[in-house]
Design a protein around this ligand. Structure first.
Ligand code: FMN
Length: 332
């Protein structure tokens, strides 16, 4: 009997396939479909601190009252209340239609009272919290140390505040990625998801104007998380979920072999719909049966940095002259 059970979010999941936070998971109808198609867990669309700050700033620009400050305090409070109330409702709706655990996703770009929201998410019934942490490291006056301080402080504030498991989802935009992951793993986290993929700017050359790039990954992007899962999974002592560019059962198996406990996917479901989940689950099951594996733990991490026959593949980055026999052989 093949078991796909695994652990992530501090929970036993019936399989490692997690529906990543996106607009697909902001809708109870879609959440029900993912649950019916066998999702291991579902991460709700993030509630964004930035969105609240933006709304607040817009209101602030239009106000010229004598009681300006009181006005702003009132709106800050009001906006937060509304956002929090509707997110609480989403959690309750999702819980009522899904057998899979429901994970709330909180985005933050600063520490402080915004993170009180974590307790409200817990009270609304979320099974765990994923912190979607990211500040674009583009300020030339800020250092890697400043970045690290923010990430660790945000995690600590939330972990100390709630009793449900907390995980963090990070990007690969760190100069000291391995060291930051190691520090995060030391913070009583129930998992790290690597990596988030963000909206990108693009350029329309006819209009000579900046535009938003299309938001979906393509399936070769899984090689970046594959490398880092392979390198970090045996070293962190903290479960890892791989994310970005995972489209097929084959890619899920690769991530598990590299040492991931679970995977998170979004783009593939925008392109192929929730029913594609059953195809991926079947492909994973068939492969395990063919190989004689009864559980995920039978093969998880077999090709991680500490177990692979040629671990140097993980740290090799340059195309040296002898690399792979590609010297001019592609040209016909
Ligand atoms: C349209 C869209 C909306 C997303 N919204 C969120 C979000 O609210 N919070 C978050 O943490 N990630 C969000 N993501 C990122 C996904 O959760 C995921 O990490 C990323 O798309 C990489 O996985 P993929 O290659 O399977 O799409 C979004 C992705 C897409 C495509």
């Amino acid at each position: 009997m093949t078991s796909l059970k695994t652990r992530f979010f501090g929970l036993e999941l019936k399989n490692p396939l997690i529906i990543a936070s996106s607009s697909l998971t902001a809708d109870a109808g879609k959440i029900r479909e993912f649950s019916e198609n066998g999702a291991g867990a579902i991460v709700l669309k993030s509630v964004f601190e930035e969105e609240i700050i933006n709304e607040y700033n817009q209101i602030a620009q239009t106000k010229t009252s004598a009681h300006f400050e009181e006005f702003l305090d009132y709106f800050d409070y009001k906006i937060r209340e509304q956002v929090l109330a509707s997110y609480g409702q989403l959690i309750r709706d999702a819980k009522s239609v899904s057998e899979a655990p429901i994970i709330a996703s909180i985005n933050c770009v600063s520490t402080g009272d915004w993170l009180q929201f974590a307790s409200q998410v817990q009270d609304a019934g979320a099974d765990a919290i994923e912190l979607n942490l990211f500040v674009m490291p583009c300020d030339p006056l800020k250092t890697a140390e400043d970045q690290r301080r923010f990430y660790l402080a945000a995690v600590r504030e939330v972990v100390d505040r709630v009793n449900i498991p907390v995980t963090v989802k990070i990007s690969s935009y760190f100069s000291d990625l391995a060291s930051v992951c190691n520090a995060l793993a030391g913070e009583k986290l129930s998992g790290i998801t690597m990596f988030n993929r963000f909206a990108n700017p693009d350029i329309d050359i006819e209009k000579e104007k900046l535009v938003e790039a299309q938001p979906f990954s393509n399936d070769s992007e899984h090689l970046l998380p594959l490398r880092w899962v392979g390198i970090l999974s045996p070293r962190l002592g903290c479960p890892i979920a791989a994310s970005t560019g995972i489209y097929t059962g084959e890619q899920v198996i690769k991530m598990l072999l590299a040492g991931a406990n679970a995977v998170q996917m979004a783009s593939v479901f925008y392109k192929k719909g929730p029913a594609h989940l059953t195809v991926i689950i079947k492909d994973l099951e068939h492969w395990m049966q063919k190989k004689g594996y009864e559980s995920i733990e039978d093969f998880r991490g077999r090709l991680s940095l500490t177990k692979a026959a040629d671990p140097s593949m993980y740290s090799r980055a340059q195309y040296l002259s002898s690399f792979g026999g590609y010297a001019g052989s592609e040209r016909k």
